[in-house]
Write a protein that binds this ligand. Structure first.
Ligand SMILES: [Fe+2]
Ligand SMILES: [Fe+2]
Length: 406
């Protein structure tokens, strides 16, 4: 079966599509699967770049065999030890007994933590900045610790200006024919999937991504080959994704807009959120207004929207004298992605007692947000005076939005 692609000259895509998976890392829902990418570099010495998930061994080994076309494998380079890329290392090591396993000290430590097979005598340990010459391709290793695991490294082909970027620049979605980014980035929902992937998987590690950018600053990059999703091999696509990553890693909103995240047991807080949204629109807000019920959406979608836009309104409610569980879980997860430096407002609903507003603010405190408008406080249902307060909050948000420069 021929299921490989020559993605760049003498570099073969041997990855696989996983359309049977429901959730990435058993947490993040996938609408259209995910691709585990892996590459074979054909040269004087042949190298395999990373491997793929457990369920694809047969197809994957066939793919590599096809790419090698009867030649031997000299190196298996491991950029990242997360099991979505490592479940077939042992099979490859057994099938190609002359191959050396290329990684750093932490790569091998994790290898031994996850797996029982002994390949110590075949380890080829590299340090940051070391080079491995394959012939025409010369791999220079660039360590990228905590993007998003400690052992992560990338390879930069100094002869051909190709960056093998590990999970960075990856995206959700199986590959639908188009392997080149230029054919999807403006035409499909690819950006939504790339953003949701980055924010939820890597979002917490913005500082480390910025450190990586400093490290690769000045390098000419003609192609980026990540471990998920399409490859970037034209200047416009590379510039496009680098610009997005710069914004995401610095927690800079991509665009002006308002996200309203509410919890509502009986529909009353939802009504308040709708009144606020309608008022914003009536005041002339032309930017996106997005409403999310925390009980209806997987948090990964709401979190991604909070990072994307400049303004958020949180509408927590009380439950068992504390914060409604789904809102609490959502806010904790949001903070876990490094959410910071946004313009935020609150409306709160409670019927008796409770600490939901206080608790919500405490959870969000580390993000150093700018608070906009007066909190709107509702007892059970929206009354006339709260409509006025919602209008006042909408006015404050509109004014703040208008004066926001991105
Ligand atoms: Fe990963
Ligand atoms: Fe991955």
């Amino acid at each position: 079966m021929h299921n490989i692609r020559e993605v760049l000259e003498n570099i073969y895509y041997v990855g696989v599509n996983d359309r049977r998976i429901d959730r990435f890392e058993n947490m993040f829902p996938l609408e259209n699967g995910v691709a585990y990418s892996s590459y074979v570099i054909k040269d004087e010495k042949n190298a395999l770049m990373d491997s793929v998930e457990a369920a694809f061994t047969r197809q994957y080994l066939e793919n590599i065999e096809q790419a090698l076309d009867g030649e031997d494998l000299d190196y298996i380079v491991i950029h990242h030890m997360e099991p979505d890329h490592c479940r077939n290392i042992d099979f490859c090591m057994k099938k190609w007994p002359n191959a050396k396993l290329v990684g750093n000290a932490k790569t091998f430590k994790f290898y031994e933590q996850f797996y029982n097979d002994e390949f110590k005598d075949r380890y080829y340990e590299v340090k940051d900045g070391d080079e491995l010459n394959l012939g025409n391709h010369n791999l220079k290793f660039v360590f990228a610790p905590m993007v998003h695991w400690p052992e992560v490294m990338m390879s930069y082909d100094t002869n051909n200006q190709i960056l093998f970027s590990a999970d960075a620049f990856g995206s959700f979605n199986a590959i639908e024919g188009h392997l080149k980014a230029k054919n999807v980035i403006h035409k499909t929902d690819w950006l939504d999937q790339a953003r949701r992937y980055y924010i939820n998987i890597v979002g917490k590690f913005g500082k480390q991504v910025q450190a990586l950018f400093k490290k690769i600053d000045g390098l000419e990059i003609k192609a980026i080959l990540p471990l998920h999703g399409p490859v970037y091999e034209d200047k416009e696509s590379i510039d496009f994704i680098l610009d997005k990553y710069t914004k995401w890693a610095t927690y800079t909103p991509e665009e002006k807009g308002i996200v309203v995240v509410y919890a509502s047991m009986y529909g009353d807080t939802e009504q308040a959120a709708d009144i606020l949204a309608a008022e914003l629109a009536d005041l002339g807000v032309t930017e996106d207004i997005r409403l999310f019920d925390v009980s209806a959406w997987d948090p990964s979608y709401i979190i991604t929207a909070c990072h994307r836009y400049s303004h958020s309104v949180f509408a927590p409610i009380n439950y068992n004298s504390g914060l409604y569980y789904k809102m609490e879980a959502f806010l904790q997860e949001l903070v876990g992605t490094g959410y910071q430096n946004r313009h935020v407002s609150f409306l709160n609903n409670w019927s008796w007692g409770g600490t939901s507003l206080k608790k919500s603010k405490e959870i969000l405190e580390a993000g150093k947000h700018t608070y906009v408008g007066e909190d709107v406080l509702i007892n059970s249902s929206v009354k006339e005076e709260q409509v006025e307060e919602l209008k006042a909050l909408a006015k404050a948000i509109k004014e703040d939005l208008d004066s926001t420069e991105l």
